[in-house]
Design a protein around this ligand. Structure first.
Ligand SMILES: NC(=O)c1ccc[n+]([C@@H]2O[C@H](COP(=O)([O-])OP(=O)(O)OC[C@H]3O[C@@H](n4cnc5c(N)ncnc54)[C@H](O)[C@@H]3O)[C@@H](O)[C@H]2O)c1
Ligand SMILES: [Zn+2]
Length: 374
């Protein structure tokens, strides 16, 4: 039953271990894999299994087709569709989902299935983490960003009106189902935004992967399925390696995933969410972080140059666009308020070479200012 072009990665977390299955146009195998995941969890097995699907307006066709497949296999299925966009990561939408789960008579064996980008994954995942003190859940990521980043690692949550991702939990999925065909309807800008996180993995952990991305630029931009499967598998593998060593973000290792993000979070907050997509802000932020590393004499300019070239080939911005110029003072103020900042100290994840980064505490403010003013 395993097609030759299917790739499976494993996330090893003791009794919370799971598979990431990466396919192209193999949706008919979804039920088979779901059954496999359940077969190792006797406490979840039911003669008449139930699944509750959560998606948004744009992922509804994918959701409908997966739900129909399970219904054909005699599952009882329910669904909820939330509005597309970051605003759905709210208490209001969460509360609506609880109402729907109650009406569906969801019990501890009902599988919650998130079909969508990071917004749906985070929201549905948090509903699953909290309803009944924890429902089993499955991630079906449909954006590139969700595929290579948010669907792996178990971080789920919603926003507080004053701060992003402030309310949440760690809740690992039963499995992650990826089909590159889901990107067929994904707008180019969303696709490229996801590429920023892919490039990030190369810079922080894997110089060889970075080199492969340079080599495969054209195939990736054509969305060649075989190249995408390999690229997604390696991205998920690298994220899983970090998560396996620091599941709850305690040792500091998981923080390396925040390369470029201290800058990015400030840009996003200041220009208003939605003006810059997350990956676009990360792209600009990685270049800024790399320039900061140059100023600290940690790297030579060629390391920054390679990142700029690669990001630009994926149509990503490498500096703030003219219509969102920000002054250095407000960016620095915003960075000091970042929830990952300790006592107003400026600390950054910075490269020491391509493929390796370190946390650098107490970075002098005037150097950050120089980078921002350059
Ligand atoms: N949990 C984590 O570890 C983690 C990591 C990174 C990001 N995130 C979160 O992820 C969110 C961003 O995720 P995102 O970039 O996927 O945004 P998103 O979920 O808003 O999706 C972007 C847009 O694409 C649409 N879309 C999704 N799949 C589609 C498809 N196949 N075809 C057509 N349109 C489609 C969506 O409806 C939306 O309009 C943020 O809230 C961020 O905080 C979480
Ligand atoms: Zn990110």
């Amino acid at each position: 039953l395993t097609p030759v072009d299917q790739i499976i990665e494993n996330v090893q977390l003791n009794d919370r271990s799971y598979e990431i299955v990466i396919n192209t146009q193999q949706e008919s195998l979804f039920h088979h894999h779901l059954q496999m995941w359940l077969s190792s969890k006797p406490h979840l097995q039911l003669r008449q299994p139930k699944a509750f699907f959560i998606g948004d307006e744009n992922t509804k066709p994918i959701l409908k087709s997966l739900a129909a497949q399970l219904a054909n296999q005699h599952w009882t299925v329910g669904e909820a569709i939330v509005p597309a966009g970051e605003a759905s990561k709210s208490l209001d939408q969460l509360s609506g989902l609880y109402d729907r789960l109650v009406a569906f008579e969801a019990d501890r064996r009902t599988i919650v299935i998130a079909v969508g980008g990071g917004v749906v994954g985070d929201l549905a995942g948090y509903a699953a983490a909290s309803f009944n003190r924890g429902q089993p859940f499955v991630q079906v990521p449909t954006t590139l960003l969700a595929t290579v980043d948010s669907s792996v690692g178990g971080k789920v949550g919603i926003n507080h009106p004053r701060a992003k991702n402030l309310i949440g939990a760690f809740h690992q999925p039963l499995g992650v189902w990826i089909d590159t065909a889901y990107f067929n309807s994904l707008p180019d800008r969303e696709f490229f935004s996801g590429m920023a996180e892919v490039v990030k993995y190369g810079v922080i952990m894997d110089a060889n992967f970075f080199h492969e991305l340079e080599r495969d630029v054209h195939a990736i931009n054509r969305r060649d399925p075989a190249v995408l499967r390999h690229m997604i598998a390696q991205s998920c593998r690298l994220k899983a390696d970090v998560v396996q060593q620091d599941e709850y973000e305690r040792t500091g290792l998981r923080a390396i995933l925040n390369y470029g993000h201290t800058f990015a979070h400030a840009y996003e907050a200041l220009v208003g969410y939605g003006t810059l997509l997350h990956g676009e802000a990360v792209s600009i932020g990685m270049v800024a972080a790399s320039q900061l590393a140059e100023k600290l004499q940690r790297i030579t300019p060629d390391v920054t140059l390679r990142q700029k070239n690669l990001l630009a080939q994926f149509n990503l911005p490498i500096e703030l666009p003219a219509n969102c110029k920000l002054d250095a003072d407000s960016i620095i103020r915003c960075m000091k308020l970042d929830k990952k900042t300790v006592g107003g100290e400026l600390r950054f994840i910075l490269p020491t070479r391509l493929g390796y980064v370190e946390t650098v505490p107490s970075v002098p403010e005037h150097l950050v200012r120089e980078v921002l003013n350059a």
